[in-house]
Design a protein around this ligand. Structure first.
Ligand SMILES: [Zn+2]
Ligand SMILES: [Zn+2]
Length: 312
């Protein structure tokens, strides 16, 4: 099953040429989930061949403009394109009011329903149960209410050992075996056992998106063992005091978080506009957590399970 992340924007609030504000697309099998929607995100989607019309789920971390100023234009374009399919939107208190005010004064009537669910910044909550994934909020420490999002893949199916199975086996038997049920004959004797004809299901994968935040030990238990952690790193080490004051993190703090929670890999972004190059972010983070990568716009990262048991 596809489980990958495309970076659409990795900058912070002050505009810089060639770097865009926060937005990511998490693709899980046939669906993609838009996480934050900075200014111009609809163009980033098109550049990355993610058709806006296919979008069904949007998650907004907080109401600083660099995380949602692209949302109303995107919703508006979906309307212009004739969309009628439902759309699910998750975000903080106030977001729905902002959207409705903008549409009211432009006399815009949407042709499609938006199901808005308000996030609660005070505690982790399961906010969405999709057939392939569950989504929880992660309370973050920022200047205004802010939540990250934890995506946990649901249990995956066992893998058939194709070369062991007879070619004429009915398709329904394949399904049964993959679901972990032995195939029995009329007398209840085992014909094909799950243990002999399948391999264990790969471990479900997980992705934690930790948007703007200070170094935040309160979330460690919730994201422990996550396969991929995105953590903001607005500043380099020498700016730690300023970073703390602005409710942001340094590259080293992001790496410390990844190390403390035993993440598989770390992705850092939300670089302050004062830095024209980002190499030092990687160097500083990797001294603490070697499996660190920069969130590079236009790049897609496969999210792999941390264990070596995975067999597909
Ligand atoms: Zn921001
Ligand atoms: Zn912010």
């Amino acid at each position: 099953m596809t489980f990958n992340l495309t970076i659409l924007g990795s900058g912070s609030a002050t505009p810089v040429l060639n770097r865009h504000t926060t937005a990511q697309a998490l693709t899980i099998e046939g669906d993609y989930f838009l996480i934050d929607c900075g200014e111009g995100t609809q163009y980033r989607l098109m550049e990355n061949h993610l058709r806006p019309g296919r979008l069904k789920y949007i998650f907004i971390s907080h109401l600083h403009g660099d995380h949602y100023f692209g949302l109303v234009p995107l919703l508006s374009s979906l309307n212009l394109s004739g969309r009628t399919d439902d759309l699910w939107l998750f975000g903080p208190r106030g977001l729905w009011e902002i959207i409705t005010v903008q549409f009211r004064y432009s006399d815009t009537k949407l042709n499609y329903p938006i199901h808005f669910q308000e996030t609660d910044p005070s505690k982790p909550q399961l906010i969405f149960d999709h057939p392939n994934v569950q989504v929880e909020t992660i309370p973050l420490q920022h200047r205004i209410d802010c939540t990250g999002f934890l995506f946990r893949e649901k249990g995956r199916k066992r893998k058939l050992i194709a070369e062991k199975l007879p070619a004429d086996l009915p398709v329904s038997y394949y399904r049964q075996l993959k679901d972990g049920h032995d195939i029995l004959d009329e007398r209840g004797q085992v014909l094909y056992s799950v243990g002999a004809y399948t391999l264990p299901a790969p471990r479900p994968r997980s992705y934690a998106f930790c948007s703007d935040t200070r170094y935040n030990e309160a979330m460690f238990d919730q994201i422990r063992g996550v396969d991929l952690l995105y953590h903001e790193a607005s500043f380099l080490d020498d700016m730690e005091a300023l970073s703390e004051k602005y409710f942001h993190s340094t590259a080293r703090q992001a790496a410390l978080t990844a190390r403390q929670v035993g993440a598989g890999r770390l992705l850092i972004g939300h670089f302050s506009s004062r830095y024209k190059v980002t190499d030092d972010f990687l160097t500083q983070a990797r001294t603490v957590f070697p499996e660190t990568y920069l969130a590079m716009e236009g790049e897609t990262m496969e999210i792999n399970s941390q264990t070596t048991e995975e067999r597909n």
